[in-house]
Design a protein around this ligand. Sequence first.
Ligand code: SIN
Ligand code: CO
Length: 387
Amino acid sequence: MNSHFPLGDISVETFLREYWQKKPLLIRNAFPEFEPPVSADELAGLACEEEVESRLVIQDPTGEQWELENGPFSDERFSNLPDSHWTLLVQAVDHWSPEANALLEQFRFIPSWRIDDLMVSYATKGGGVGPHYDNYDVFLIQATGQRRWEVGGIFGEDSPRRNDTPVMILPEWDAEQTYFLNPGDMLYIPPRLGHNGTAESDDCMTYSVGFRAPSHADILRQFTDFVGDQLKSETRYSDPELTLQKSPGLIRQSDMEKVRSIMTGYLNEPELLENWFGQFMTEQKYAEQADSPEETEQYSVEELTEYLQDGGLIYRSEGSRFAYRERTDGSVVLYVNSEACEISQESAPFARSLCDLPTISAEQVNNTEALEVLTELYNMDAVYAEE
Ligand code: SIN
Ligand code: CO
């Protein structure tokens, strides 16, 4: 059969053609015998950490009102919660747990630069964040307990929303379909589809593989900032060919053509857009938290060689982002955490493996260039060795 784990009986091709960004899909038993890589206690522990982004959403038992608290939380906060109708949500659990990170390997049928993070929620009976929509695709994996997911309608910025709640709630929302998810089941939800997840039991844990897609506003702003930062102030609109025009107030069509060609000139400049995009899409989610290289232990090329020759494996650091692009001459540009690195044609297979495989061993590090790049990445904390 042409199926792909964890898509059940559906092939990746069918999933991409018929569901991805189009309609929801329920996959029963997508993860048979799913063993949650992070337990409820570990999740609560993470939510007490300063660097971890977490939220508590507490619902009024009438189901009409919500309260939002942002982490970090104290142990005491967890011992003073109501018996039901609350949920704890922890963002980017894949950054903090290699086991949680490994779950993302199952979603490599979507480009890794489209993946945002793995969010994990824990809810008591009745808990949920209410009917809302997200701008992103998400795979919702039921880890423990049972959750009722209701879905329906396509929403956007102009859709009515409650203005008296701290979390986004769609008013008078009607579900079109209802699914009950048990451990191991998975529901795919495309962007902007209204959804509401309610815990049907205590100990309801949901793992959400969330994607990202840059907004057009971000693409325009970020590219122009990237280009603008490289330009000198004397690089300006110029018109040495100016001729007398009858109306001084007129902006001529030819002036506009000049402005348009300034814009398209940057867009058509070789590699400018490509380099910006590679750097932009490999920016770390929490770039401000990255260790400065002085704080990390430095390795020499010789030490790394020895480590690999002894059968050691190299892993991408959990919070790091890797991508590459290919040139027609076979060379590649590797992007790691917004740094660009030129890679020759000979080392291109190494760069691909580094981005695509779960681990790197001596087998993939085929020459000195690859070893040097890997050492540099190690010293940037973008990859790590086993303990
Ligand atoms: C959850 O409660 O686990 C998911 C929240 C959401 O629908 O975004
Ligand atoms: Co959502």
